[in-house]
Ligand binder design. Structure first.
Ligand code: AMP
Ligand code: MG
Length: 345
């Protein structure tokens, strides 16, 4: 059987029926969503879910998100849903929005890392949605990457690290958003943002008023600290090279600081916005998009982080962005990629 399905320019998704069967029968499928690629398995099949952890080298206490295609699936996996949780789901689904809910007995411990809650998302990507429908079960799917590496946003970036480990590969081209879903948990009636994404704190505020941004989004976590989301504890997105994030609201100040820092190294690499690119007179540079278009930067960021090590730099200096809208998600990923080496001036 051919293992690769090209749906890059497809309008007819009926070929996904086969991939749906593979999921239903316990196989692993690499598939695109509107956020990043997912490494999917039948979310109600403990054995199949275990294969995801093995393929990624993921710690078993870091729970997976269940992806659904309609509200009927929701009622099978989550219970005691509050009005505010329904309002959030109805507003942001289908889309890049995950909500943590009380789980039912049917959800395997392997999915939730033993927690009594489950993360649920209804993706808007047509391929993802059709695949879940054909599978007829919720699909457990973390980002498609070996744990710790940047998430995959196109097949080429992840082919070498994952193609041998999956039963089937669906190529849907570049992901539209480029960073993983926003993860929210409602605590005492207030949505807490556990992982920022395209659905921003401002978007959620407009619907339900008060929103809390978890302090660990932009901060390192001590070993003994309790966190609302296990994923916050783990090393993520980091290239092998030493990375440093620099940001100032004053663009000129940021450029001077980066130039000054770069001079202290023999083979620096700078990742900057298009507008500042010409202001750095060194050999190795990557442009991540226009600072006036944070959606473009979000879309490029993981692919750019994957290019870094091939330059063999002794330092990677990355420009930060303003934290408005999807900017908070970009900064969250960059701070982690830099393992919290962050200079704000
Ligand atoms: P990924 O699968 O790589 O997109 O990461 C999923 C993120 O959602 C991780 O940070 C998990 O820790 C988080 N997550 C999934 N399920 C739960 C849950 N039940 N409670 C808290 N966080 C969760
Ligand atoms: Mg991930």
């Amino acid at each position: 059987m051919e293992k690769y399905l090209d749906l890059k320019n497809a309008t007819d998704y009926s070929k996904l029926e086969n991939a749906g069967k593979i999921i239903k029968n316990g196989g692993l499928v690499l598939f695109p969503t509107e956020t990043v690629y997912g490494l999917g398995a039948n979310g109600l099949d403990e054995k199949a879910v275990k294969k995801i952890y093995i393929a990624k080298g993921r710690k078993q206490d870091n729970p997976l998100i269940l992806h659904i295609s309609d509200f009927d699936m929701l009622s099978k996996i989550a219970k005691n849903i509050s009005e505010i949780e329904y309002t959030l789901m109805k507003t942001f689904w289908p889309g890049p929005f995950t909500i943590i809910l009380n789980r039912t007995e049917i959800v395997p411990n392997m999915v939730t890392g033993g927690l009594d809650t489950v993360g649920v998302r209804m993706p808007s990507g047509k391929i993802a949605n059709q695949l879940i429908s054909y599978a007829g079960v919720p699909i457990a799917a973390p980002s498609a990457n070996i744990s710790g590496r940047p998430s995959g946003t196109n097949i080429l970036d992840i082919f070498d690290e994952l193609s041998d480990k999956v039963d089937y590969i669906i190529d849907g081209g570049e992901c539209e958003v480029g960073v993983e879903s926003s993860v929210v948990r409602v605590v005492n009636g207030i949505p807490n943002i556990l992982r920022p994404g395209k659905i921003s704190p401002e978007d959620i505020e407009k619907v339900v008023g008060t929103v809390k941004i978890d302090e660990h989004i932009l901060k390192n976590i001590n070993d003994n600290e309790k966190v609302l989301s296990p994923g916050m504890k783990y090393r993520h997105y980091a290239p092998k090279s030493n990375c440093l994030l620099v940001y100032s609201e004053d663009n000129e100040k940021m450029i001077s600081k980066i130039n000054e820092l770069a001079k202290q190294y023999s083979n620096p690499l700078i990742i900057s916005c298009n507008e500042n690119f010409a202001r750095y007179s060194i050999k190795n540079k990557i442009m991540y998009g226009s600072k006036e278009n944070l959606n473009e930067i979000a879309k490029n960021i993981f692919t750019d982080l994957r290019k870094v090590d091939s330059f063999h730099p002794d330092i990677v200096i990355i420009e930060g962005v303003k934290k408005d809208g999807i900017g908070l998600a970009i900064m969250n990923r960059l701070i982690r990629a830099c393992e919290y080496h962050y200079i704000k001036i």
